[in-house]
Design a protein around this ligand. Structure first.
Ligand SMILES: [Zn+2]
Length: 171
């Protein structure tokens, strides 16, 4: 896992990055990512309420009642047929709470289209992704978004009505 260095983090996005809480919850998402048993891709998510308390956390992994067999994680097809994304797990863990107006923090990959739909459906309108330049460039490849028939700006800012997306790029 890439250590999160708060002092060297740079921010791009729609809002200015002088919110210490974004850094704190973004850091926590990076810690939660380390709990994933997936040896190749570890993702963490934190849902923070408007009052800066934590509603939920989640990381990518198999369903709770399924064994964490290393051989399934090692085989891409086996893994992808079982894995639940960090954002999805975080939403499940607070399924009985109204999290409208909360913020979701994700490390180190931006949410996929399926998770963006779920996030939006729960009334979460702000996504903060803590990532690296390398991973962010990967996620921004046009062909990735074209698979969904959506441009990046459409996906995050207009069509899905995510009002703010902040991307924190780590040096
Ligand atoms: Zn997803």
């Amino acid at each position: 896992m890439i250590p999160l260095c708060l002092a060297t983090a740079k921010e791009i996005g729609l809002i200015t990055m002088n919110n210490k809480w974004d850094m704190r919850f973004g850091h926590l998402a990076s810690v939660v990512a380390g709990w994933s048993k997936d040896p190749s891709t570890q993702v963490g998510a934190v849902i923070a309420r408007p009052n800066k308390t934590i509603a939920s956390v989640g990381y990518n992994g198999f369903p709770a009642k399924m064994e964490d067999r290393p051989e399934w994680y090692a085989n891409r097809d086996e893994k992808l047929s079982r894995i639940i994304h960090a954002e999805h797990n975080a939403l499940n863990h607070c399924e009985h709470e109204n999290v409208t107006g909360s913020t979701i923090y994700v490390y180190p990959l931006r949410p996929c289209i399926k998770c963006v739909r779920k996030i939006w459906d729960r009334g979460i309108t702000r996504v903060v992704t803590v990532t690296t330049k390398e991973k962010n460039d990967y996620m921004l490849q046009p062909e990735v978004w074209e698979r969904y028939g959506l441009g990046e700006a459409e996906l995050y800012l207009d069509n899905m009505m995510i009002r703010h997306e902040t991307i924190i790029i780590l040096d």
